[in-house]
Design a binder for this molecule. Structure first.
Ligand SMILES: [Zn+2]
Length: 321
C-alpha cells in the first residue's frame, strides 16, 4: 500500500506552528515541457550502511579507500548516463569519529561534489529509536533528532577542514529522514528540518535496494529469497515499473536508492529501465537532473510499500503461510 502524505496538510501544520514559512509558495515550472525530471537519490553514503564504521577501523589494510568502492562505481555509472543525483550523507553513528574515518569521509564527499552532484543531510546515527519516534513523545523525539543533526553538522565541519573548504560551499540545505520518517516520526522530523532551515524530502518510489544490505534487514533478504541477487534486482525493476505507472503525470519524481555494493552493481541496468519505463508511461523524455524546485520545496510524501511488503512476508512466514 502506498502511503501518500498530503503535502498541503503538512504545510498547514508546519505553517500553523511557525508563521510565514513560505511553504505555500507556488512550485516554479523549472522542468521543460515534454520532459520529466527523475531525481535519483542515494542515502547512507559516502560509505554505505552495509559497512559499519567500526568495520573500517578494524580493517588493517593500507587501502581504506576500498570502502568507497560502491560510491565510486555509482558515480561512474551516473557519469556514463550524464546524470546529476542527490546524496544524503550519513555520519558514523556509534563509532568514534577518528581522523582516519574523517579522511575517508572527506574523500567520498569530495568525489560527490567534484562530479557535480548535490550533497544533503541524512543523520549522524541511523538509529531507529531516534528517527521513527518509537517513544511517541513528540518533544523528546524532536530534541533527539535535533541533537543528532547538530552532531552531523559538526562532524561534517571537521571533515570539511580536511578538504580546506566550508560546509556551505559543498552542502545544500536538504534533508532526508532515516526510514523515510516511518510512523509518526516524519512530523517531528519535518519540524526539526524547518528549524534548521532545510528542505525536507520523503521519496516517491522506494526501489527496495536496501533489503538485506545491513544488519537489521539481512533476515529480509533470506525471507524473500533475495539472497538470489537476480531475484532481488528483478524486484527493484518491478518497483520502478509500478512507480513509473503511478507517477506518469508528475513533473518531478524522486526515487530512493542507497550507497551499497548491490546498487553499485546494478544501477546501470536500473537507469536504463527507469528511462524506458518513464518514457513509455509519461510520453515524455526523462532527464536525470535535480530541479531547483526540488531543492527549495519540502515534500514529505513517502512510499512505505516496500516496508509493508516486508512486514507482510515476515508475518506470513511466522504463521507458516
Ligand atoms: Zn538511511
Amino acid at each position: 500500500m502506498m502511503i501518500k502524505r498530503e503535502p498541503i496538510l503538512a504545510a498547514i501544520f508546519v505553517c500553523g506552528l511557525f508563521a510565514c514559512c513560505g511553504c505555500n509558495a507556488p512550485i516554479p515550472n523549472d522542468v521543460p515541457s515534454g520532459k520529466i525530471a527523475v531525481v535519483l537519490t542515494f542515502d547512507d553514503g559516502p560509505i554505505g550502511e552495509e559497512v559499519s564504521a567500526s568495520d573500517i577501523l578494524k580493517n588493517d589494510s593500507e587501502n581504506k579507500e576500498v570502502f568507497l568502492k560502491p560510491l565510486n562505481r555509482i558515480l561512474d555509472t551516473l557519469a556514463n548516463h550524464n546524470a546529476q543525483a542527490v546524496f544524503y550523507i550519513l555520519g558514523p553513528g556509534n563509532t568514534a569519529p577518528t581522523d582516519e574515518l574523517k579522511r575517508l569521509y572527506a574523500k567520498g564527499i569530495e568525489s560527490i561534489h567534484q562530479r557535480g552532484h548535490i550533497l544533503g543531510y541524512h543523520a549522524y546515527s541511523h538509529d531507529f529509536m531516534i528517527w521513527t519516534s518509537l517513544l511517541n513523545i513528540p518533544s523528546i523525539g524532536k530534541t533527539e533528532m535535533f541533537a543528532d543533526l547538530l552532531r552531523l553538522k559538526n562532524f561534517i565541519d571537521d571533515v570539511m577542514n580536511i578538504i580546506g573548504a566550508k560546509q556551505s560551499d559543498y552542502f545544500t540545505k536538504i534533508f532526508r529522514q532515516p526510514y523515510g520518517g516511518m510512523g509518526k516520526g516524519w512530523i517531528e522530523g519535518e519540524n526539526v528540518s524547518f528549524w534548521l532551515g532545510w528542505t525536507y524530502h520523503g521519496f516517491d518510489i522506494d526501489s527496495g535496494d536496501w533489503i538485506g544490505t545491513n544488519v537489521h534487514t539481512k533476515f529480509n533478504r533470506n525471507l524473500n529469497g533475495f539472497a538470489d541477487e537476480r531475484k532481488h534486482t528483478n524486484y527493484v525493476i518491478e518497483r520502478i515499473r509500478k512507480g513509473a505507472s503511478k507517477w506518469s503525470k508528475a513533473k518531478v519524481v524522486d526515487i530512493l536508492f542507497h550507497v551499497n555494493s548491490f546498487t553499485s552493481n546494478h544501477l546501470d541496468e536500473w537507469m536504463g529501465e527507469i528511462k524506458s519505463s518513464f518514457e513509455l508511461a509519461s510520453g515524455r523524455d526523462v532527464l536525470f537532473v535535480v530541479p531547483d524546485s526540488y531543492l527549495r520545496i519540502s515534500d514529505p510524501v513517502t512510499d512505505e510499500s516496500v516496508s509493508t511488503d516486508m512486514a507482510v512476508s515476515f508475518v506470513e512466514d511466522l504463521i507458516g503461510r
